[in-house]
Ligand binder design. Structure first.
Ligand SMILES: [Zn+2]
Length: 305
C-alpha cells in the first residue's frame, strides 16, 4: 500500500480501495478519508502515518460500503479520532447488518451474505456532515454530496483536490465491473454531471489512481451508465407485450455481460444495480412495473401492455 503525496497536505494510500489523508496547514490535525476493507489496511495506514509523524485526529467515512469502512473500527480502537459521516450512511455504519439486509430484500440475511465485503464491524459516529464548508481551528474542507452509487455518499474537497469516493471509477476498474454498482441511476447521472462541471486541480476516486485530468474518465463512466441503461430499455422493448419478470431481466443483463455471480452476495449487488436503471425508466415512464401471476413483471412503456 503505497503512501502518495498529491500535493502539500493531500495524500492517499493507493490500494484496491484507496484511503485518503489530509493534513491541516499547521500540521496539528489530520483526517483519514475512509479506512479500507479491513483492520489490516487501516493498521498499515496508521503505521505509515506514525512513522511520518503525521497526526490522525479525524476520520471521515464517505459512504457505508464495507470496503470503505471495514478498517474503521480498528482506527477507533487505536486512535482517538473524531468520526464524521453523511446522514443515513452513518446509520448503516452503526448497524452494518443493514447492508446485507437491504441487499436481501429486508430479510435476516443468509449467513453467506454476512461477510467482510457486505458487512463491516460497527463504528460510532460523532458528527453528521452537511454539504458545504466544515471548519475546525485552522482546518477547512468542503463536503460535497455525491448520491447515486449509494444513498447519501459524500466526497471532500481540500486544497482544490477532490476526494471523490465512488462517485466515479478509474477506467480499469470501470471495465472490470461491467455493470457498476449504483442504487439510484438518475442521481448517479446528475452526480457525474456535477463532477464534470467541477473545476478542481485533480480527483481521487475510491478505486483507481489520482487524476489531474479527470474529464475523460468521468465521460467514460457516463458512457458506461448510458449504455447499460439503454440495454435494459432495449430488453424491455424486445420483450413486447409479454414483458419480462424482474429476474429474467437481471438474468439477460448478466448473460449479456458474461457475468456469472459467484454467490448470492455478488448476485444481489448486480440485481440492485440493474434495478436502479429500471427505476429510472419507470420514473421516466419508459417502463411499467406490475405484479402478474404472482411475479413482478416489467414492460416497456412503449408496448401496449
Ligand atoms: Zn462503494
Amino acid at each position: 500500500m503505497e503512501f502518495i503525496e498529491i500535493k502539500d497536505g493531500c495524500y492517499y494510500f493507493k490500494s484496491a480501495v484507496n484511503i485518503g489523508y489530509i493534513l491541516s496547514g499547521d500540521r496539528s490535525m489530520g483526517m483519514l478519508i475512509d479506512a479500507g476493507l479491513e483492520a489490516s489496511a487501516a493498521k498499515k495506514a496508521l503505521k505509515t502515518l506514525q512513522e511520518e509523524r503525521l497526526p490522525v485526529t479525524h476520520l471521515f467515512i464517505t459512504h457505508a460500503h464495507a470496503d470503505h469502512f471495514g478498517g474503521a473500527q480498528y482506527v477507533q480502537k487505536n486512535v482517538d479520532v473524531h468520526t464524521i459521516a453523511p446522514a443515513l450512511e452513518e446509520a448503516i455504519m452503526r448497524y452494518p447488518t443493514l447492508e446485507p439486509m437491504y441487499l436481501f430484500h429486508g430479510n435476516v440475511p443468509l449467513k453467506e451474505m454476512r461477510n467482510k465485503f457486505l458487512e463491516a464491524p460497527p463504528i460510532s459516529i460523532d458528527e453528521i456532515c452537511e454539504p458545504g464548508i466544515w471548519k475546525k481551528d485552522s482546518f477547512e474542507v468542503t463536503f460535497m454530496a455525491f448520491p447515486g452509487h449509494s444513498y447519501n455518499q459524500f466526497g471532500v474537497l481540500y486544497k482544490n483536490i477532490l476526494y471523490a469516493a465512488d462517485s466515479f471509477l478509474g477506467k480499469e476498474v470501470l471495465e472490470k465491473h461491467k455493470i457498476p454498482f449504483i442504487v439510484d441511476s438518475a442521481s448517479n447521472f446528475s452526480t457525474l454531471q456535477d463532477l464534470l462541471k467541477a473545476e478542481v486541480s485533480g480527483m481521487l476516486p475510491g478505486h483507481g489512481s489520482f487524476l489531474e485530468r479527470y474529464e475523460d474518465t468521468i465521460k467514460a463512466n457516463i458512457e458506461v451508465h448510458q449504455r447499460v441503461l439503454s440495454q435494459v430499455n432495449n430488453f424491455l422493448i424486445a420483450s413486447g407485450d409479454r414483458g419480462l419478470s424482474l429476474e429474467d431481466l437481471i438474468s439477460k443483463m448478466l448473460l449479456k455481460h458474461e457475468i456469472e455471480p459467484a454467490n448470492l452476495g455478488s448476485y444481489s449487488l448486480f440485481r440492485t444495480a440493474v434495478t436502479s436503471y429500471l427505476i429510472q425508466l419507470i420514473e421516466e415512464r419508459k417502463a411499467v412495473y406490475t405484479i402478474k401471476e404472482g411475479r413482478p413483471m416489467v414492460f416497456s412503456g412503449q408496448s401496449s401492455a
